[in-house]
Design a binder for this molecule. Structure first.
Ligand code: ADP
Ligand code: MG
Length: 333
C-alpha cells in the first residue's frame, strides 16, 4: 500500500481502543475476553453487485456490513467485543470513506464495540468484517437445539426489505411511506443483540434471518433433527395469520405479503424456538430487550414445513425462495 493509503486508514479507521488492550496499527490486535468466557467469532463478506447495489449510500453500507455480522452474534446469544474490517476499494475516495466510516462507527458505538484491525487493498468494492464476541461456556444459542413441541418465535417485523427490493426492481408498487420503511429495513437493519443475550437459557435454538424465514428455518430443522438422532430434518407448522405484519405491508395482495414474510430475506430478525412452558420467559426477554416477538408456529417430528391459514387449512406453495414461490393461492385439504 502507498503512503497515502496508510494515511487514509489512519484517518478513518484508526480510533483509540478503550475496551481492548491493542487495536489498529500493530501487526496484531490484542483482545481480552472476560475470564472464563468463550470467544464467539463470525465473518461475513459483502460484494458489490451481489450483496448490495452499486447505488447504496456509503453510510448505509458501513452500517449494514457491521449489522449483518452483529446479527450473527445475536443469534448465538454472544456479547459483541471487537471487529476487524477488510476492504477492497476500486479507488481511494475520501468523501466515500468518511461516509462509510460514519455508518460503521455509529453502529459500533451503539453496541460498544471497537475496530481493532483489518486489511485494505485495491480491487472491486468488497467489505469483509469479522466480529468477535464472548459467551459463557454452554450458554451459546445454537441452531441444533430445537425439539418437537417447541414453539417457534420471530422477532420484529420481517418482510419489509424484500418488499422494497421488489419495488426497486419494478415488480410491485409501494407508496411513499412504505417505500421508505422498506428502504430503512434493507439499508439499516438493527441487529437483535440484546434480545439474543436475554434469550440465553430461555430459547432452545436460534438463527438470524438473512436468507428468508423458511430457508433459515430449514437450517434449524436440519441441525436439530440430526442432533435428536433423526435421519431427516425436524418439521414445523407455521400459522400464516400469526406472522407479524408491519404497516408497510398493508394494502398489498395477500400472496405478495406472505411471500415477503416467508421467503423475503435481509430481515436480520431472530427466529428462535422455546418450550411452550417458557412462554412467559420469552415475553420477559423481549420486554428487557425492547423488541417485539411473535409466536408463529411450532416444531414437529420430521414431516416437512406446513403453512396453515387462519382456518387451519394447509396452504400450498414452494415457500423457500421468493422467486420460486409457486402457490397460486390454492388450498389443499
Ligand atoms: P500488515 O502488512 O502487517 O498486514 P497493514 O499495512 O495491512 O499491515 O495494516 C497496518 C495496520 O492497519 C494493521 O494494524 C491493520 O490491522 C490496520 N488496518 C489495515 N487496514 C485496515 C482497515 N480497513 N480497517 C482497520 N484497520 C486496518
Ligand atoms: Mg495487511
Amino acid at each position: 500500500m502507498s503512503l497515502g493509503e496508510f494515511d487514509l486508514i489512519r484517518r478513518h479507521f484508526d480510533r483509540p481502543v478503550q475496551r481492548q488492550p491493542l487495536g489498529v496499527g500493530d501487526d496484531c490486535a490484542l483482545l481480552a475476553p472476560a475470564p472464563g468466557q468463550q470467544l464467539a467469532v463470525s465473518t461475513d463478506l459483502l460484494v458489490e453487485g451481489r450483496h448490495f447495489l452499486s447505488t447504496v449510500a456509503p453510510q448505509a453500507l458501513g452500517h449494514k456490513a457491521l449489522a449483518v455480522n452483529l446479527s450473527d452474534l445475536a443469534a448465538c446469544g454472544a456479547e459483541p467485543m471487537a471487529y476487524t474490517l477488510s476492504l477492497a476499494l476500486p479507488r481511494v475516495d475520501d468523501a466515500w470513506l468518511a461516509a462509510f466510516a460514519s455508518g460503521l462507527h455509529a453502529l459500533a458505538d451503539a453496541h460498544a464495540i471497537e475496530l481493532v484491525g483489518g486489511d485494505t487493498t485495491a480491487g472491486p468494492l468488497t467489505v469483509g468484517i469479522t466480529v468477535m464476541g464472548q459467551v459463557p461456556p454452554g450458554q451459546a444459542l445454537l441452531r441444533s437445539g430445537a425439539r418437537p413441541g417447541d414453539a417457534l418465535w420471530v422477532s420484529g417485523w420481517p418482510g419489509r426489505a424484500r418488499l422494497w427490493l421488489e419495488a426497486v426492481r419494478g415488480t410491485l408498487r409501494l407508496e411513499g411511506a412504505s417505500f421508505e420503511a422498506g428502504r430503512l429495513a434493507m439499508e439499516y437493519p438493527q441487529p437483535r443483540v440484546s434480545l439474543g443475550l436475554a434469550l440465553r437459557g430461555v430459547a432452545s435454538s436460534a438463527i438470524d434471518l438473512s436468507d428468508g424465514l423458511i430457508g433459515d428455518l430449514g437450517h434449524v430443522l436440519e441441525r436439530s433433527g440430526a442432533a435428536r438422532g433423526f435421519d431427516r430434518p425436524l418439521g414445523a407448522e407455521i400459522d400464516a395469520q400469526r406472522l407479524p405484519r408491519h404497516p408497510a405491508l398493508s394494502g398489498l395482495p395477500a400472496r405478495t405479503v406472505l411471500r415477503c414474510l416467508l421467503a423475503g430475506g435481509d430481515d436480520y430478525e431472530l427466529l428462535f424456538t422455546a418450550p411452550p412452558s417458557r412462554e412467559a420467559a420469552v415475553h420477559e426477554a423481549a420486554r428487557q430487550a425492547g423488541v417485539a416477538v411473535h409466536a408463529i408456529g411450532r416444531i414437529t417430528e420430521p414431516s416437512g414445513v406446513v403453512v396453515r391459514d387462519g382456518d387451519g387449512v394447509r396452504l400450498s406453495g414452494h415457500w423457500s425462495s421468493y422467486d420460486h414461490f409457486r402457490s397460486e393461492g390454492g388450498a389443499q385439504p
